[in-house]
Design a protein. Structure first.
Length: 386
């Protein structure tokens, strides 16, 4: 690899390279730190050619693919604007588009899979999947467990530069979740991240916890486990018909689920000053493997203003008992039957008495009529079997 370093005046070094030896026999493309390989004073158009030249791609080849690169990035209106005026999302979209359109044999990706809007993300996922299907090499550095499971055939968990486990992705993901849960338990109160909180002060939410079916307080659950989300609420003032609710987000801040007593049509009544209650939501954690944040709130039913909002008050980890992709585990069950052996029949009779007495014995003639789509032997000659 020829390393081309563009040195500019900057109080903070953006890229530091120490001595190493590396031999590459294939074309290589990399998505590393935001803006790596871009010059802020150049336009998007100029940076496409600059970035491609750093990757060793001939100008003629980029000219042939230029329109495809711009169209894929969705930056047609801004392609002649200096990239210093781009948002971080536009930066990454352009860099990602260049990297994948130079048709590399090896693609290095460092924490930049979730770029742009959902439509652009789906396009990116499709391209990476095509790379994988073509047998190309993809090296991903990421905390996105779903991406690791989706694209990788082997994974390595690194902690402080040391290899903890090297195995198939699902096994490494489980080890990572266990490690993350352990570190969370080791945090002292001062070390825990600041919890976003706001409200009127008429009440306070405290002692938020997850409780399993054995009444244990837990932070690790399995997908589709029955879990109680419990919290204590202390009323500083009298409150009439408050709305109690919870919300679950993933690591990216995407809302996965929300519910509250108002939507569940639960009448909460009046709570006098000084009262202390425990609110419990019984949930089936039908989530895919990963880390999730729990938000708990109490708000006014009419105005919607919060008496107390505890955003991301608790982090918990879900483990899957099997392999699946997506956000939720719908608990799908599959059965296979040889359909041609399944029959539906109807019993018919014209000899049933209109009135029958208790404890009397009656003889009734029944016929069995086939109402399935499969015919049985001699059905055409005798459709009603006695």
């Amino acid at each position: 690899i020829n390393l081309i370093l563009v040195i500019k005046r900057s109080p903070v070094p953006l890229l530091k390279i120490t001595g190493f030896s590396l031999t590459v026999n294939s074309s290589l493309s990399a998505l590393l730190e935001l803006g790596t390989g871009f010059h802020p004073d150049l336009t998007g158009r100029e940076n496409i050619f600059l970035n491609a030249s750093l990757l060793g791609i001939p100008r003629k080849k980029i000219e042939e693919r230029f329109d495809d690169i711009v169209k894929f990035s969705g930056l047609e209106r801004f392609i002649d604007t200096p990239v210093k005026n781009y948002s971080s999302g536009m930066y990454i979209r352009l860099g990602f588009t260049i990297a994948i359109n130079v048709d590399p044999d090896i693609l290095l990706i460092d924490e930049v899979l979730a770029v742009g809007d959902r439509m652009f993300q789906e396009k990116c996922k499709g391209v990476i999947q095509n790379f994988k299907d073509m047998g190309k090499t993809i090296v991903i550095v990421s905390h996105d467990l779903d991406a690791i499971s989706r694209y990788c055939t082997k994974a390595i968990l690194l902690i402080d530069g040391n290899t903890i486990i090297e195995d198939e992705p699902d096994a490494v993901n489980r080890e990572y979740l266990s490690y993350a849960a352990q570190k969370e338990e080791e945090l002292t109160v001062k070390e825990k991240p600041v919890i976003l909180r706001r409200g009127t002060g008429d009440l306070f939410i405290t002692n938020i916890k997850l409780i399993d079916r054995n009444l244990n307080i837990v932070k690790n659950v399995y997908s589709n486990d029955e879990i109680n989300v419990a919290a204590e609420v202390v009323f500083e003032n009298s409150v009439k018909k408050p709305v109690f609710g919870l919300q679950i987000e993933d690591e990216e801040g995407t809302k996965i689920y929300e519910t509250n007593t108002d939507w569940l049509e639960k009448d909460t009544g009046i709570f006098p000053e000084g009262m202390r209650v425990q609110v419990t939501f019984s949930q089936k954690m039908s989530l895919n493997e990963g880390a999730y944040y729990l938000t708990v709130y109490v708000k006014d039913r009419d105005s919607g203003s919060y008496y107390d909002l505890r955003e991301r008050a608790l982090i918990f980890y879900v483990r899957s008992r099997g392999k699946l992709e997506g956000i939720v585990d719908l608990g799908t069950k599959v059965s296979l039957e040889e359909e041609e052996n399944v029959y539906a029949v109807k019993f018919i009779s014209d000899t049933v008495p209109k009135k029958m007495k208790k404890d009397e014995i009656y003889t009734i003639s029944l016929k069995i009529q086939n109402i399935s789509k499969f015919s049985w032997q001699d059905e055409k000659d005798n459709p009603n079997y006695p």
